[in-house]
Design a protein around this ligand. Structure first.
Ligand SMILES: Nc1ncnc2c1ncn2[C@@H]1O[C@H](COP(=O)(O)OP(=O)(O)OP(=O)(O)O)[C@@H](O)[C@H]1O
Length: 357
């Protein structure tokens, strides 16, 4: 299995006059361990696609190196990097059958007919595409077309697979199914992969590691669970889902844990490496699903807005002038705007986000 390393990579795009104009990727260090899938996640324009295109070979880094299996490929042409790609637009050949689309890369590589046929058949079966082998792409659904695009990318046994928002053209339900299929295939074949998306739930579901980018800089590079539970910045906390930032004050710090008074309740949490000391003010992050609505709970909150979501209800609350969101699926009835709820942080895993002045 293949490793990928981007080392001190910068990309500065030239302006119309040819002079350096836009710093799209800044001092990027990124390692993709063999067989794993790493996702670049971030808002539009943060440099995800530029990074992917540099790894593919479509863009040349302004400075820095790209290594595949320890070999410097920074100036190796696209077709010699052993990379397979899956895009948002499936980019299938419309006049060719599914089988010929999938076989195309093998043909270009000069794989002998018999061997190519066997490889194509194996991939078509693996991807449940065998019944459609003789159809044209236009006779397939969007999901099936994307599966053909994936089959075409993996049949040549690339060392690295790149995905650029591959599911964006699919409707929500199909997107979820394809996401799971894609992950299963990637893991089964053990192909080292880089995946680009701006959808946080897709990133969480599919990745071994998530790299959150903002304005060309890596904000955090971590396992999905760690990024969600222990974000390193306000930006990451909010990008990964709804986050309540509750003000508090540090009471004590010991052995990597701190005790703080948050919304009038004493709770303990990791110190988050923030160098906090007793008396410091802090912002403490608590995810909405970690706050329990509980009779006799110590925090009183007024409901401002209710959004019913079927499986759960989302409540926008006011806690002494501070906005807070809670989700609830335990109670049979919906609470209403204006009602007072009592909340408990028992069972929550709060996380200190920032020291406040
Ligand atoms: N060829 C180019 N010349 C100049 N600037 C560019 C060029 N390509 C991209 N950029 C700029 O670089 C920044 C990063 O672009 P990039 O496509 O990598 O972002 P992205 O995170 O993939 O965004 P999106 O999710 O919208 O695709 C953007 O501000 C973009 O305008």
């Amino acid at each position: 299995m293949t490793s990928v390393v981007l080392e001190g990579v910068n990309k500065i795009y030239p302006g119309p006059d040819g002079r350096p104009a836009f710093h799209a990727v800044k001092d990027l260090d990124l390692t993709i361990e063999p067989g794993t899938l790493v996702t670049l996640l971030g808002p539009s324009g943060c440099g995800k696609t530029t990074t992917l295109r540099m790894l593919a070979g479509f863009e040349v880094p302004s400075t820095g190196r790209i290594l595949i299996d320890g070999r410097d490929v920074t100036s190796t042409p696209v077709n010699r990097r052993g990379i397979g790609m899956v895009f948002q637009s499936y980019a299938l050949f419309p006049h060719m059958s599914v089988r010929d689309n999938v076989a195309f890369g093998l043909k270009v590589m000069g794989t002998p007919g018999g061997e190519a046929g066997r490889k194509v058949d194996r991939i078509l079966a693996l991807m449940h595409l065998a019944p459609y082998a003789d159809r044209a792409p236009a006779q397939l659904s969007g999901g099936q077309q994307q599966r053909v695009a994936l089959a075409r990318a993996v049949v040549t046994e690339p060392r690295v697979l790149l995905f650029d928002e591959p599911l964006s053209n699919l409707d929500a339900q199909l997107r979820e199914r394809m996401r799971d299929e894609l992950r299963t295939i990637q893991q089964r074949l053990g192909i080292t992969s880089l995946y680009v998306t701006h959808d946080q739930s897709e990133a969480m579901a599919i990745s071994d590691r998530v790299v959150v980018m903002r304005e060309g800089i890596v904000e955090q590079d971590d396992a999905p669970g760690a990024i969600y539970a222990r974000p390193r910045s306000d930006f990451v906390a909010r990008f990964m889902g709804k986050a309540n930032l509750l003000p508090g004050r540090v009471e004590s710090v010991r052995d990597g844990m701190l005790e703080a008074s948050v919304a009038g309740v004493r709770i303990s949490m990791p110190d988050g490496g923030l160098g906090l000391a007793p008396g410091d003010a802090l912002d403490c992050m608590v995810r909405p699903e970690q706050i329990a609505i509980e009779k006799g709970g110590p925090i009183a909150a007024t409901i401002e807005r209710v959004v019913y979501q079927g499986a759960y209800a989302e409540y926008s609350l006011d806690i002494g002038g501070k906005a807070c969101t809670v989700v609830d699926w335990r109670h049979g009835r919906l609470f209403e705007a204006g009602e007072i709820l009592h909340l408990s942080l028992n069972g929550a895993s709060p996380w200190p986000l920032a020291k406040r002045a």
